[in-house]
Design a protein around this ligand. Sequence first.
Ligand SMILES: C[S@@+](CC[C@H](N)C(=O)[O-])C[C@H]1O[C@@H](n2cnc3c(N)ncnc32)[C@H](O)[C@@H]1O
Length: 222
Amino acid sequence: MKEISSGIFSENGKILTLNSRPGQRVYGEPILKKGKKEYREWIPYRSKLAAAIKKGLKKIPVEKNQKILYLGSATGTTPSHLSDIVGEGGIIFCVEFSERMMREFLRVCSQRKNLVPILADARKPQEYSDITEKVDLVYCDIAQPDATRVAVINCKEFLKSGGYLMIAIKSRSVDITKRPSDIYREEIQKLKMAGFEVLDWMKLDPFEKDHAFILARQIPSK
Ligand SMILES: C[S@@+](CC[C@H](N)C(=O)[O-])C[C@H]1O[C@@H](n2cnc3c(N)ncnc32)[C@H](O)[C@@H]1O
């Protein structure tokens, strides 16, 4: 087993995180035991960050004790792996506006104390500004036409200077009439115009059709 990035492991082509809740699965993922340690397989068909790692994402800016703002947590598949990585000293503020998703996600939050559920619309960051602190990373996976704009306004409000943004772009949600590659180029351009340096990006096929994943860094203001 090889540690490919802080808290992220790889063995036989599988990506894994060290299970912070041994004996508990979150979404039916296989569990691998090594001595006293237990790892959860991180399935790239279920998580866009795992898909991006499989597609060669060069830098994964997630570490122990970090603070993360996660937009579009759904039932908690990807947040649960980030929860393993940041550990007890870290915290992940998870914004989700669907009550149905949130009900299921609360079960995961009750097992993992570093996940903070926030039932809110990510388009209105002022609604959760009192419960959220400055973060090292904003992760955005909301599959909305204005996902890039929503990510940017949240970064402006909550991201530390020089912090990172990871964003999944679903081209069909942005504009079904345009070619996905044109949409990715446009969204990357929007990030640059908003003061971000785009460090890496990739298409997520075959794990997610017509999706791209972008890693960017907010350029510190002088
Ligand atoms: C593709 S799913 C996210 C999957 C999740 N990121 C994962 O990997 O486990 C998108 C989620 O974003 C939520 N969402 C969409 N627009 C939102 C908004 N404006 N505010 C908060 N949540 C939103 C949807 O309800 C849905 O649960």
